[in-house]
Design a protein around this ligand. Sequence first.
Ligand code: 6R9
Length: 631
Amino acid sequence: MRIRTFDEYQLAYQKSIEDPEEFWAEVAQEFQWRKPWTKTLQWNFNEPNIKWFIGGKLNITENCLDRHLATKGDQPAIIWEPNDPNEAGATLTYRMLHDQVCRFANVLKRNGVVKGDRVCIYMPMVPELAIAVLACARIGAVHSVVFGGFSAQSIADRINDAQCKVVVTADGAYRGNKEIPLKSTVDDALIGCPGVQKVIVLTRTRTPVSMLKGRDIWWEQELKQVTADCPAEEMDAEDMLFILYTSGSTGKPKGVVHTCGGYMVYAAYTFQNVFQYEENQVHFCTADIGWITGHSYIVYGPLACGATSVIFEGTPTYPDNGRFWDITDKLKVNILYTAPTAIRSLMSFGLDKVNNHDLSSLQVLGSVGEPINEEAWHWYDDNIGKNRCPIVDTWWQTETGGILISPLAGITKTKPTYATLPLPGIQPILVDEAGKEIEGNGVSGNLCMKFPWPGILRTTYGDHKRCRQTYFATYPGLYFTGDGCLRDEDGYYRITGRVDDVLNVSGHRIGTAEVENAINMHTGVVESAVVGYPHDIKGQGIYAYVITDQMPADHDADLMKRDILATVTRVIGPIAKPDKIQFVTGLPKTRSGKIMRRILRKIAEGDTNSLGDTSTLLDPAVVDDIKSGAL
Ligand code: 6R9
């Protein structure tokens, strides 16, 4: 499955298009299956109905853990770097990780979790988070990890949507100089979740927590009751492995569903080839396991390949802005995979903290989550990679399970801001608004895929129709990514950003409708419209136009803005807080009542001279009003 030269890439790509089933069957054979599959692929994009490795039986943890024990039992699987650099970290060898996963799997079993049950995980970035994830997979339970930056309400929505039976959490989390009370947030969430029977609480911060008799139990106490003997559950290739919620352009977040066989094959294949991972390398992906990047490139991809994966609890700027370089130096990191927003933020501090660390262990740099601007790309290349480490700008999505378009490190010629070429098995196509294919090079359009790959989502939990409508109905017969894309004269792909109402704030996906719904819940708010605008560090910032029942007087306006932020924090979480709130008396609407976001986006960007045609507006005068009050 390993590609080593550009010729090999081209050959693999060719083969993957001519005979995708044979191509992926060969890749999949390198894993450990309890029973081989009988048919490699069955698919149609209309329902959609996508199945890979039909009839195959496996357990992903046998591939990520057991099969490495004989050869790599004493090699580090996870190196944990705590928030506070003065606290002792931890190294878990494959043997230790296997042992702990089996023990915690037994804890889950003891607490009534059986194959197919959903388990919500809301934890800090500690090894126990990966252990909880893998323990679910071990016994065939479906994990739904919720990022620590979400509110009680968001947790409750996700728990109820997936009907989770058990929640795994910690008393609190350390992030930078903050202590975040996770358990108390879970307690708030559970007021609205009658289906949750058990809450397993890990001790991390020793923040006082309430422990409800019969429901809440301590991780450490439970571990004393179990052995390390836990045979892996035999799973069908198409059994659900996990649910991960992500934002779309409308309504509530969707639970994207990935399955055991295809996801495993795809996460491992892409990890190995994109990063050109070599035995014994240390891989540091700075994402949180609460996002897909952490699932695929901290946990499953690296472990399936027997790699050493770093789990970092803290932030890039604590205790100072040299933390990533400190970790790189200390752990001799070989592959660093981070987000443009982190790069831009660190750029702003200058080079002092970069230059006083030894970064010579680095061999490959990665970028993910949002388009990387040229300046950030060069800064990363010059100052971190010292112009000797290939940069892989990896484009993909929660729904794709793994990277789809990216250079292969050191193999594909890179070009700043370009994700470059599709990986083997990936068939991108650009279409116009009407869904007509835009052929040739030097063109742009909406990015779709015309053929499935093993890691593609199978459904959205509990609502298959929504999966169809969101991804497969816009352009019949195609998977629609929601991204706009340019294909240049060399056939290289450059992702230009979302073409739907999804924002990308610091690499986090946030639906404008979600933020509007949250703002509208605030007392006195009549209506709101949210758009993105370019932000130097976050990539996109959130700009909210808000109509209130009484225009707040100047001295009240600030207070009301802060109250609105508090409401958004409560409803969604701090990550969705608008950067700017402008009180307006009206919104630019068409005669049919549709908000013309194009105009609001222009104003938010500060580009008020080219608002385009406003003649179809019901009341063109509101535009001048909004312009005059723009922030
Ligand atoms: C992996 C991840 C997906 C959206 C995606 C796109 C944006 C991700 C990118 C990128 C440009 C890249 N995106 N990687 N845009 N270049 N290298 O981030 O998943 O959270 O689901 O976000 O992020 O807009 O559609 P997810």
